[in-house]
Ligand binder design. Structure first.
Ligand code: THU
Length: 163
């Protein structure tokens, strides 16, 4: 028997102002993007801002649908848009923010499991860890250095490719 442990380190900042300027800018763009969310069913407006290796910044917002599962989270909207328009560029950082019509967002908004899996695909493809910056309404910030930290033992079976 063997125990396999996975250690995760999050860095917490008490305020956005503790971040370096590029990270602050990215967070502010994610916050700004929440205004463009189409969140008529949940009232939960999510914005994501991605920094690419060519310094381009791509934003995305959650897009909901009357057929609920047909909607998509802000993180995947941003990542798929980035990889559609700049397929060769690596994703370096993603900042995520949310505003709710119903309550204060006290928990830093972390990407859902499907978004983590989608982002890990690009980490592996580009051999580039993606930093994730999480924020809440209290101006607090959490940073993780890799999507793998948020989804240990993710799905990546070589059997799918047949090797
Ligand atoms: N949502 C995101 O866009 N990103 C997340 O990380 C979590 C949830 C969206 C999906 C849905 O439109 C709304 O937030 C409520 O779940």
């Amino acid at each position: 028997m063997e125990k396999i442990e996975h250690k995760v380190t999050l860095t917490k900042f008490k305020s956005i102002t503790e971040l370096n300027k590029p990270d602050q800018d990215l967070v502010n763009l994610a916050i700004e993007a929440t205004q463009n969310a189409y969140a008529v069913y949940s009232g939960f407006h999510v914005g994501a801002a991605l920094l690419l290796s060519n310094n381009q910044i791509i934003t995305g917002t959650n897009q909901e649908n009357i057929a609920y599962p047909s909607g998509l989270c802000a993180e995947r909207v941003a990542a798929f848009s980035a990889k559609s328009n700049f397929p060769k560029e690596k994703i370096l950082t993603i900042a995520i923010a949310a505003k709710s019509e119903k309550a204060k967002v006290v928990d830093a908004v972390a990407p859902c499991g499907s978004c983590r899996q989608a982002l890990i695909e690009y980490e592996l493809l580009d051999k580039q860890d993606i930093r994730i910056i999480l924020t809440n309404d209290d101006d607090e910030v959490y940073i993780v250095n890799s999507v793998k930290d948020l989804l240990p033992f993710f799905f990546n079976s070589k059997a799918v490719k047949g090797s």
